[in-house]
Design a protein around this ligand. Sequence first.
Ligand SMILES: O=P(O)(O)OC[C@H]1O[C@H](O)[C@H](O)[C@@H](O)[C@@H]1O
Length: 307
Amino acid sequence: MTKILLDNDFSQVTSITLNQDSGEECFEGLNISHAYCQAKVSLYGGQVLSFKPADQKDVLWLSNNASYQMGKAIRGGIPLCWPWFGPNDKQSQYIAKNPDTEFKAVNHGFARQLPWQLASIEADENGVTLVLVLTGKNQHPLWPNAYRLTQTLFFGRSLKQTLEMSNLSQEDAQYSVALHSYFTVSNPSNVSIDALTGVRYNDKLTGSSSIQQESVSCVGEIDREYHCSDKMTVIDNHWQRRIDIVSSNCQQWVLWNPGTELANTMADIHPQGEQNYVCLEAANTSWQALPAGETVIISQEINVTQL
Ligand SMILES: O=P(O)(O)OC[C@H]1O[C@H](O)[C@H](O)[C@@H](O)[C@@H]1O
């Protein structure tokens, strides 16, 4: 069922059901249409699923086999990894102190697996701005603090994404985070990301740390945290387009693709789907302070141009 939420001279925003025919739980989404772009957002996860500037292919990859189920993350778009990135390394310590508790720290935290609220929609000649909010407390034994996340999404010629993380509790907290963008590419073998050359990285597959000597290859399985916050440019030499990504208040870029062997074991990646994206994630991969009563903001802006 669709419902028009905004219809003015510049834009139309409709509420849609994301996975009507799947037989799974139905999730509410938003369809955004503006002279400069088309976009789609899932309220579950507060997740951008699609951003297609006028006359461009979609900037974001979304799996045809993505799962739309509570307790699972949607594969593709820009999942928000929060309040931790990756597996939570505080879990074993917690269990050692509390041997009777049974829980699992889901990979990449809980924000991508909860329904967000739409707080506002505005549109003008430059684009559409959505504000999405997620609040909670005692959400997880490893992150009991009361919190509010405010995500502001601007869809225009570019996509601007801002995440405000507020600790509403009396206790200091720590967070890690990633804006886990799946960028659509013609094939990882056609991609170059020269800004990573010369940057120190941790290779999560080997556990080693090194400096990127030559131009990085995105072919095959790759999972690295690059320690830099410079502007990134993903060049697709076949599609002749560049994706520029500028982040703020993020100390790393994470580069990930599972490669074919691993992707074939992942039910929510359609066959050969891993051949059509690279993830380049604006992130803070190690614990950062989020003091009681304070708000920390990170952001990224994504721009696409034809070469
Ligand atoms: O499967 P997910 O939980 O969505 O994680 C997908 C990937 O996300 C990041 O890029 C991590 O660096 C990878 O280690 C992880 O495999």
